[in-house]
Design a protein around this ligand. Sequence first.
Ligand code: SAH
Length: 443
Amino acid sequence: MSKGTLKVKCIGLHESGKGIVKIKGKEYLVPRLLAGETAIVDMKRTKYKTFVNLVKVENESKERVKPPCIYYGECGGCQLQHMSQQAQDQFKQKLVEDLLKPFGKVNRILTMKAPYHYRNKVHSTFAYGKKKEVISGIYQEDSHHVIDIDKCLIHDPKADEIIETIKGFMKSFKMHPFDEDTGRGFLRHVLIKRGFATNQVMVVLVTSTNVFPGKNNFIKALRKVHPEISTVIMNINNRKTSVVLGNQEIVLYGKGYIEDVLCGKRFQISAKSFYQVNPIQTEILYNTGIEMANLKGNETAIDAYCGIGTISLIVSDKVKKVIGVEVNKDAVRDAIRNAKNNQIKNAQFFNDDAGDFMVKLANEKKKMDLVIMDPPRAGSDEKFLSSLVKLAPKKVVYVSCNPVTLKRDLHYLTKKGYKVKEIQPVDMFPQTAHVECVVFLEL
Ligand code: SAH
C-alpha cells in the first residue's frame, strides 16, 4: 500500500550504502540517496516492511554521478554507482573507521584501478518474463522478481556472453526455465567461473532434475560458440530454496574444475568451492596480510576457513608449516590437490569446523605461532576465538569481508590480551557497499 509521496532530507549514509532519512522521528533507508540531498520519496508499506523509494532528488550532491549501468535503480546488485569513485572510496573508508577506530588507526583503503568487470564468478537466475519469453538475471532486492540483465558492468564480460548464448539456445533445445511457483521447468540458474589467468571457463547448469535429453548436442553447440569452456557441470537442485546449488553434481564435459593462478601458485577450483571473486584485488589482499605478519620462516601457522588453500599455499614458502582447516569437503579436496600440484610439502589440510578444530588443537596444547583467519560474513565464533586465545599464537592475521562482525571479534580478542597493530581496508567489490579488511594483531 502506498502512503504517498513526501519530502525528506538525507542525514547520512547507512553501512548498506543507502541514505538515512527521518520521517516522524523514525529512521528509514532510501536507496541511491546521498548525504545532504533533499528528495521526494514514496513510502510503501507491505505486510513485513516499509519501503521508502526515491522519486526525485531536489538538490544533487556534488558527489553524485550518472550511474553508467542501464539497470541501476532496478537491479540492486550494486549500491554505489551513483557515487563518484572518490565518494565510494570515502564511504568505505569512513565505514571501516567508524567501526574500527577504537582499535587503532585505519590505513587508507587500497582501491582498484579499473573498478569494473572484476567478477570472475557470475550467477544468473532463469525465469519466464511477462510475454513468456526466457529471461535471466538477478532477483530484484527484497523480491522474487527476476530482472532480465544481459550485460553487467561488474561481471566478467565473457561470462555474460555465455549466459546470453544459453538463453538464446533454450527454445531450440526445448529447455524451459524453472518456475518457482509451480515447481515446473528445467533450468534454474547458470553459474560461470573463469580463471582470469588461465582463461579456463566452468559452466554450471543448475537444473531441477537430472534428466537432460539432448545434453551432448547442447554442449557441442555451446562449445562451438565458446571454445574456451573447459568444463560443464550439471548441478541438481530440486528443493524449494533460494540457495543456488544443490548437492548432486554430474560432470557433463571436462574435468569438473577450472584452474587459476594467484600470487604465482596454481589452483584448481570446483563448482562448490569458494574462490575470491576479484582476483586482482585478492593478490593485493593476501600480500598485505602476509607482509603484516613479518614472517621469519620458522613459524607454524594455521589458515582457518582456508577454502581451496589459497592463503596456506601462498604463505607456505615463508613459514615452516601451515595447517589449513575448512568445512566444505569439495574445497578441502581442492586444497589437497593444490598442495600436490604446486609441489608444496609443508601444508596440511583438514576437513572440519574451524571452531571444533581449534578446540582440539587447544586441548592437545599444540604450539602455534600464527593464526590466519578468513571467516564468512557471519564472522568467527566463541568456540574458535576462545580456543585461539588458549593456543595463544603470538600473531593473528584476520581477513574479513564484513567489518561489523570483524569489530565484534576484535573486541573479543583485544579483551583477551591481543593488540591490533594494523588495519587495512581493501576494495574487493567496487560499485557495491561491501568492503574487505585485513587486520594484524599481536599478543
Ligand atoms: N581463505 C579462503 C576462503 C575464505 S571464504 C580464500 O581466501 O579463498 C570462507 C571459507 O570458510 C569458505 O570456504 C567456507 O566454506 C568456510 N567456512 C564457513 N564456515 C566454516 C566453519 N564453521 N569452519 C570451517 N570453514 C568454514
